[in-house]
Design a protein around this ligand. Sequence first.
Ligand code: OSB
Ligand code: MG
Length: 368
Amino acid sequence: MIISQITLYHLRMRLQTPFETSFGITHDRECILLEARAEGLAGYGECVADRDPGYSYETSGTAWHILQEFLIPQIINTDLLSAEDLQNRMAQVRGHQMAKAGLEMVYWDLRGKSENRNLQDLIGGKGDRVQVGVSVGIQENSRILVGVVEDYQEQGYGRVKLKIKPGRDISDVTAVRSAYPDLRLQVDANSAYEIESAMGLLPLDELGLLMIEQPLAEDDLWDHRQLQAEFKTAICLDESIVTVRHARQALEMGACRVVNIKAGRVGGLNQAIAIHNLCIGKGVPVWCGGMLETGVGRAANLALASLPGFVFPGDISATDRYYEEDITQERFVLNPDSTITIPDAPGLGISIDFQALKRATINKITIH
Ligand code: OSB
Ligand code: MG
C-alpha cells in the first residue's frame, strides 16, 4: 500500500448541546480529518485531539504539527506492508498517540477498500451491532440532570454515564439513582480528584454503579491502586492507559478492574486490539470509550467494540446526540435494544458528505 498524497482538514463542529466535564465546557468540537490517496483509492481517518489540552496534552494544533512535520513524511510514498509496519515507522515520534491513531485509521480504511473487506472483518469482530450507552455532561443542577437522563432513557439508551467533579458528585449521582433504581449507571471524573478527596466518593459505593472512571490524575497508577483497594465498585482507567505497557502494569498492580479502550488515546487500533487481547488474557472486561467523534471515528469505534472482550456498552451514541451537522453521509441511529449497527461497506464503511466537510473546515493542507 503506497500512499501518494494526504490532505489534512482541521474541523470545527458545533455540538447539539454544550458538553461539560471536570476539565471544561465544549461548545464546538475540533478534530482533524485525514484524507489519503493510494492506488486509486481514497481513505479517511480521524484524529480525535480537541482544541484544548484538557483531556490530554495533545490538541488539534499539536496533532497538525506532528502529522505534517514528522509522521506523514515517514510514511508517504513508501510501501506500507501492515499496520505494524506503519506503527514501527511512527515509533520514532515520542507520544502523540492521537496523531498516530488518525494516520493509522487511514491505513485501515485503505486496506479494507483495497481488499474489499470492512474493518470489522479485518480485525476479527463479530455480530452486526454493538451495545451502547450515552455519556451525559455536567448540568446546571441535579433536577435538570435527572431530566436529561430521562430524555436519553426515552430515546432507548440502556446505559448512562454521568460526568462528575468535586462538588458535583454524590448529590447528582444519588438524584439519578433515586429516579432510576435499575438503570445501568456509571460515572467519569476525568482525573478531577486526588487520593484524599476521592475518599469522599465512598457513598457512591452504595449506588450499584458499573464503575467509577478515572478519578485520579493520569500519571497516578499507584494511587488508583490504593483507591481501588478501598472501593467495592470497579475503578476503570481511561486517561492513565496510553500504551499497552501501562495497561499491563495497571492490571498487575490492581490499579483498576475495568479498562476503557480508545484507539485515539493508545496510538491506534493496533494497540487498542493488543490491550483488548491482554485484558481478555487476564479476565478483565473492557469497553469502548468515545471522544465525541464524527461519523468517521464512530465507524471505527463500532468495529472495535465488536471484539469479544468488549463486554460493557460503549460510549458510542447516535449521530443526533453529537453534532448539528456531521460530515458522513451515514447517520448512526440507536436501535430499540440500545445498540448501534456496525457499517458493513469496505474499510470504515462510511462516505463523506463533502458539502458538510467544507462547512466544517477551518484549515486545510495537502502533502505529497
Ligand atoms: O472521558 O470519556 C471521556 C468525551 C471527550 C473526552 C473525554 C471523554 C468524553 C466522553 C464522551 O465521555 C464520550 C462520547 O464520545 O460519547
Ligand atoms: Mg473518560
